[in-house]
Every structure is written in C-alpha cells, then in structure tokens.
Write a protein of this length. Sequence first.
Length: 318
Amino acid sequence: MTSLFARRLTRAAMAATVLTALACRASAPASATSGRTTPPNARGANAAPMLVSTAWVAEHAADRDLVILHVGSKAQYDSSHVAGSRHVSLDDIALPQQPGSLTLQMAGTEQLTAWAVRNGIGDGTRVIVVPHDLNLQSATRVFFTLSYLGAGDRTSLMDGGFQAWKGEQRAVSSSAPAAAPSVTFTPRVRPELIALVGQVETATQDKSRHIVDARLTRFYNGDGGGYPRPGHIPTAVNIPISSVSVNGFFRPRAELEALFMAQQVDRSKPVITYCHIGQQATLLWFVATLLQRDARMYDGSFQEWSGSTRPIVAPGGK
C-alpha cells in the first residue's frame, strides 16, 4: 500500500512540474510554444537531480543498486579513486578512431550497451558520474552518453568531483572493485539529443536556434587550434567552459543563468552547443539542461565544420 508520505510527495512533484511548465510557457513567446514537442533533454518529474553533493554520495555509496563511475585516465584511477567506483575513459564510449575520421564520435548502441552492462548499469541502476579533476567536460560527456542511452533521468554528476571528495578525507581506494553483477540494460536511444551538421547550418541561416560555442574565447576569436580554418560558426555566441565552474564546483544557477542571458541565450528557441570535437560542448549542454533550456549537442563540432566549405567567421570577422 502506498504510504501517505509517498502520496504527498507525488502530489508535490506533480504540482511543481505544472508550475514549472506554466512559468516556462509564460516566459516564452506564443510562436515558441505553439506546436512545440517535449525537448529531447527534458528531464522527467521524478528524475534524479543532475548534481549531487559529496555528502550525498558518501551516504548512498553502499546502496544496492548504485554505480559510481570515475572519469579520468587509467593512471589517475589507479592512483586513487572513490572507493567502489569503476573506471571510465572516453575511449570506452566513442567510436574507434580511424584515420581521417572525426574524433570522439558517439559509439554505436551495441558498444554502449556492452559498456553499461560491464559496469553493472542495469535498467534500474542509479548512476553517479565523478570527474577526476577540475576539467568537467569528460564527466559531462559520460553523463551525455547515458542520457543518449535513455538513462539520463537516473544519472547525476558529483559536484566538486574527486578532488573535493579527497579533500574531505572520504573513503578512497587504489584497487578496482570486483566484477559487476550480471544485469540487463535496455537502451532507449535518444538520437535527437545530437544535432547534425545540416541542422546547425540551417540554424545559421534562419536563426531558429541559439548556437553556443563552448571553447575558450581565444579559439572562438580565431586561434586555429589545429583545425583547417580558424574562427567560429556564424551566429554562434561564446560561453567558454571556464566560466561555468569554480574549483570543480558548478556556479550557482543564478550565475549560470546570467552567463546565458548575457549572450541573449534565452528560452525563446532551442540551443545547440559545440566545441572542438564534442567534449567541451557537453559541459555547456549540461548547463543548458540544468537551466531547463531545450538543448542539443553538435557532435561533429568545429572539427567537422572547419573541415568543410561551410561559411565561417574568421579572425577579424572576415
């Protein structure tokens, strides 16, 4: 029998969802709300929080159906990690690199499903993603991948990452845990989370979407970064990854909102984030999702765009 507390919690969650929806509708022009489908990155009413504290993870680390993923190099993991966590590298969740191919492209469903099962991520598993260091974009790439697989609503990122955990003298280990128990993972792939180059090109022409460049400002302004043509995608604004966090902790939501509004990235139209290769862009996608923006991530990013003949804003605006 459902408890009185559970019924009240459900009613409260439903009420909060309705109020949020009404607020978003009121803040957007009618043209933006009419006929709009649910954004691909929208989180369900009962979704886990996108961010959890180190204290929350310490309290729940022994939960029966919780998996902690430590994102960093193997050497970093082997040196020390959250006790019980499992190592993840970006190679695990990307297509194998081929000569002349784009870097860090989303792996196929079979590879990703095998990766999830290998790490004990089943259909009901709660997942915590832990960045090893202060560079959060690898961890948000893992978060994005789990969202792509349909598991985003039960995935959270540990704010402050391993550096905060270690600084608080919480339980660490240099040994990998035992092999994960057998689980069943059913992928519910969300390809619509990824913006394709044609969609980005259309957005530069009809301005139907905000385009956000997550790279450091020097690359946006024209440092080539090793790619064929320097500059940025036309109509793109720059919200660099360095601006959204401090010492591994995300800035308060009000400050993140101010960063977006300073570049006029409001809720009137969807957002596409991009970067060099689709890694840093997931950090801005994460923030856009946290701020309840309709957001997608351009996986080919500037590597693909600059290697084509599509228009580009070169240094000096030429």
